[in-house]
Write a protein that binds this ligand. Sequence first.
Ligand code: LFR
Length: 477
Amino acid sequence: MTVAVAAVDLGASSGRVMLGEVGPDHLRLEAAARFANEPVRTPDGLHWNLLELYRQAVLGLGTAVRLAAGTRTGRLASVGIDSWAVDYGLLRDGRLRGIPFHYRDERRGEAGPAAVHAVVPPEELFARNGLQHLPFNTVFQLAADPRAHEADRLLLVPDLLGHWLTGAEVTERTNASTTGLLDVRTGEWDDELVARLGLPRGVLSDLVDPGDTIGALSPDVASAVGADGLPLVAVGSHDTASAVVGVPFERADAAYISLGTWGLVGLELDAPVLTEDARRANFTNERGVDGTIRFLTNVMGTWVLSEAMRAWGRTDLPELLAAAVDVRGDVPVFDVRDPRFVPPGDMPARIAAWCEEHEVRPPGDPATTVGSIVQSLAAAYARALDRAADLSGQRVEVVHVVGGGSQNALLCQAIADHSGRPVVAGPVEATALGNVLVQGRAAGAVPGGLGELRALVRRTHDLRRFTPARAAARMAT
Ligand code: LFR
């Protein structure tokens, strides 16, 4: 049996609605819609344009319904939504209170973390929720958000869009695990933590798991998209959870880098690693599909490159990457993990400032800067891969790079060179594939566990392989 499903996949810089066809030997995506995700700055800070994303999602679903009419089954079996994590909307009596903030909004600063740590020290917080310290984790945002106490419901971004589509108010568990309010051991809301932080427990809704049916499209939406009774099915609604479903692992001793605006570097494990070393190394234990743990760390991703392009007013990344290959001599390597690179703004100037402060010759022209960014990202990924292996005790012999960044051959080769490990690049649309696969399985079109789903990705997608240039590179880094 082959089914058709629609995946709404919202990344930090672009979104898409994909028609997915899934069967035991069949896995195919077709874009129903692609659109930019452009945040909006208002006097009170940086916001997501969620209304525009919702509008695009509904339009895209209408197109997916029409495309599905031409597939074997002739209709969509379900819809699934994933997006970036941590950010949320607050509702009261079903109405949105304020425009949701962007996790790159500088406004909140350290107020949230300070308020939380005054009550629950960082060591205890990590023991309870297993998360790396990111100042924008939901728990910190909420602690500095006065609207939280006026609200009766908090919904994470995919759940908020799902609420607008269906009326349901639920929280999908993989994304809930990024809030900081989920017990890392049980996967349930940590009621004691919520109470100690003085947060209103009533705003948190029931948890659902990937594969669960959330509800049918409301009559208005169903008539707008032309599909009566179409169900919304929970997927790994945290985009990184869906991306990891789409990693075509060939062997157990492999790591992944989910490479979009962030580079999420880590391993899939059965159980969390809650050691003091893991906390200090800023590794996180987020929940994956089927009860897995995503043991990873957030490293800078293609954001630093796209912000540099934006500052130069250039859109010709392939040309700049080609020019970067020809740059002679060593390019400066800077610390891409420095928090100064997280907010939007003039990236080349910040890179130059970092280099000057560290007595490194700053890169001059755009080609050298691009080369410098690529080598700096790869060096940071190599270090994170070694740390992931050390902290978990799992060997890492192969590195899978998935997501938009897997198309960047210069970067994939640099990752192989810096880490001394072969890199398997692709699929580009791992997140949408993970979303589609979980829906396909829920519809009964593909049996089995994650291993079978990944085997299907391997059978249906071309992967590119990069061999480390220097076998000794791993020893040297
Ligand atoms: C990637 C991602 C990361 C999360 C960051 C902020 O798109 O979801 O996993 O840490 O965005 O939500």
